[in-house]
Design a protein. Structure first.
Length: 209
């Protein structure tokens, strides 16, 4: 039986080689991939994200934990695909047109992956037509928009309007340093998240998860 506590510890420490080795040993021993995924990798990432939310962990620590998580997922993903595994939900994520900031967006993506979501990351500097086409292609359950500049915040309103005009009825959560709850309500966003952990909570609440 896999030492799930050890796997969680390796993820928290950001030990990618150690995480991968423990996952390999567990899979070779015939342990259940879903258990390793949920009770090992995801549980470890949740601890890190919760610490980040409480200001007990910082961005570099979250990044290296995510790297360790990804190392384990390289081995687990093929096994999950053989099973009836289904992600909690799917997030379509991107930074809006004119904005090249990606650290906040990347943290959000990592947080969602660490909680069992599929994530489609469009990257930075993406216009409304990209979001509309991606929404039609990937059928996400929720969409996340990031903006780190006051000058690019209006793009969020444009994207939400374009999605509505295209008949894409998917809740949109927005976030970024200059963004506020009032602005979210003003432009018709379904939610606002001041940080990555809250974004996952908002999405889960909106989707009833």
């Amino acid at each position: 039986m896999a030492d799930l506590e050890a796997i969680k510890e390796k993820v928290q420490k950001g030990d990618a080689p150690g995480t991968k080795e423990l996952i390999k040993q567990a899979l070779d021993a015939g342990d259940d991939a879903k258990t390793l995924f949920y009770d090992g990798l995801i549980a470890g990432m949740k601890i890190v994200i919760d610490k980040f939310k409480r200001n007990e962990a910082y961005i570099p620590e979250v990044l290296i934990a995510a790297r360790a998580n990804d190392a384990g997922m390289e081995l687990i993903q093929p096994e999950l695909e053989k099973m009836d595994y289904k992600a909690k939900a799917k997030l379509l994520l991107g930074t809006v047109k004119g904005d090249l900031h990606d650290i906040g967006k990347n943290l959000v993506g990592m947080s969602f992956r660490g909680q069992g979501f599929d994530v489609v990351d469009l990257g930075v500097d993406q216009a409304e037509d990209v979001f509309v086409e991606a929404a039609k292609e990937h059928s996400p359950d929720v969409i996340g928009l990031s903006a780190l500049l006051t000058t690019t915040m209006p793009q969020m309103k444009i994207i939400i309007a374009a999605l509505k005009d295209a008949g894409v009825e998917v809740p949109v959560i927005i976030g970024g340093a200059p963004v506020t709850q009032d602005y979210a309500e003003e432009i018709g966003a379904a939610g606002y998240a001041p940080d990555a952990a809250t974004a996952v909570e908002q999405a889960s609440k909106l989707l009833g998860l």
